[in-house]
Ligand binder design. Structure first.
Ligand code: FAQ
Length: 333
């Protein structure tokens, strides 16, 4: 089932044909309502399988495309220590992509199919990675806010009803916590520096704040998948609730750092016990999701180029696999 990034010709994975027996579907719904985990070999409704393939593959693509904005700064990190940390972080994101592609493969789809869909512009990845990283402070802000939002969204996914996805998320969340702390630490250091460094941090926070709030997806009322995904225990907490939890946790961290947020409506609401915040520009969100953000074309072109440049590695691995199989056949004969 695991193809390790390539399909061996003649050995392609087959997506099981959908057979949605209503009696089994009802029993399945009861199982997920009881909070049970579903494993790869268990029967599942075709729509559950499709939903997971969609979400897990979008998540995997996000991790891999998400290496690009930060990768841009590896050669320009301000010290050896920051460079080593950033290298490790970007490699971690690549690793997250690989665990997630492997989790998606357990649902009967091959990694080549998933990667083809990304390269053809048919599969989505997180809107956030279509924004540019203009200064070193952007790298700190990605760690603090982007990884911070990712953790808020992903901790509940450790309890996702699909076992292989939930288990991958446990390790990913541990690593994301380190990512968030290194980002905050880099910003904190800059905030103890010169006036110009503090201004750089503030400018980065101003540019990333609203796109980070968009990462959680459309409002619950406009979220086409939430209701069913929550019934099946794929999503445990709604887009709006997670966004609110993120704002509530982050404002206090911003105060310690000494930055402000670019939202005049951001204020504590005693009655609700939460921060109120301003309106998100959903036109900008959909524009980015639909391929018209500042860096969409550049990001996709970079992924396609990486795939094409790596063709020789895949060819060599296939030739080796063929040689190995031929040797096994001759030993068996
Ligand atoms: N960007 O009905 P919903 C990271 C789409 S990883 C683009 O609410 P759902 C780590 C959505 O796909 C970040 N598209 O959908 C890192 C759907 O379109 P579809 C990624 C978005 O699935 C840090 C449509 O809108 N994390 O940051 C976005 O129930 C630093 C309707 O939306 C995950 O993928 C968006 N922001 O909820 C790496 C976590 N939001 O598929 C490197 C797992 C929504 O019908 C550096 N995913 N859409 O064509 C999830 O939790 C969910 O999929 C949501 C969306 C919450 C993202």
């Amino acid at each position: 089932m695991y193809t390790q990034a390539m399909d061996i010709p003649g050995n392609e994975t087959k997506t099981p044909a959908g057979s949605d027996d209503p009696v089994r579907a009802a029993a399945f719904d009861e199982r997920t309502a009881r909070g049970e985990f579903v494993e790869a070999k268990d029967w599942m409704p075709e729509a559950y399988r499709r939903t997971l393939i969609r979400q897990i593959s979008q998540h995997a693509h996000s991790e891999v495309v998400g290496m690009l904005p930060e990768g841009h700064w590896i050669s320009r990190a301000p010290s050896l220590k920051r460079k080593a940390i950033l290298l490790a972080k970007v490699q971690d994101e690549g690793g997250h992509g690989l665990y997630l592609y492997a989790a998606a493969e357990t649902l009967g789809v091959s990694r080549d199919e998933l990667v083809d869909a990304l390269h053809a512009g048919k599969a989505k990845y997180s809107s956030i990675f279509n924004y540019p990283t203009l200064t070193w402070a952007d790298i700190g802000v990605i760690g603090w806010l982007v990884d911070g939002a990712a953790i808020m969204n992903q901790v509940p996914l450790c309890r996702c009803s699909y076992g292989p996805y939930a288990r991958a998320m446990i390790r990913i969340c541990k690593e994301e916590s380190f990512h968030q702390r290194q980002g905050y630490d880099a910003l904190y250091t800059m905030m103890q520096g010169t006036e110009a460094q503090r201004a750089m941090v503030q400018d980065a926070v101003n540019r990333w704040w609203w796109p980070v709030l968009m990462m959680f997806g459309p409002h619950d009322a406009d979220s086409q998948h939430s209701e069913q995904s929550m019934k099946w225990g794929i999503k445990r907490i709604s887009n709006d609730e997670l966004r609110q939890q993120f704002v509530d946790a982050t404002v206090a961290q911003g105060k310690v750092l000494g930055v402000t947020f670019p939202d005049p409506d951001l204020c504590w609401n005693e009655a609700r016990g939460h921060y109120d915040f301003g309106r998100i520009d959903w036109r900008e969100f959909w524009n980015v999701v639909n391929g018209h953000g500042p860096c969409n074309k550049e990001r996709l072109a970079a992924r396609v180029a990486a795939w094409e440049d790596g063709a020789w590695v895949r060819e060599a691995a296939l030739a080796y696999a063929e040689k190995h199989a031929a040797r096994q056949r001759s030993v068996a004969a």
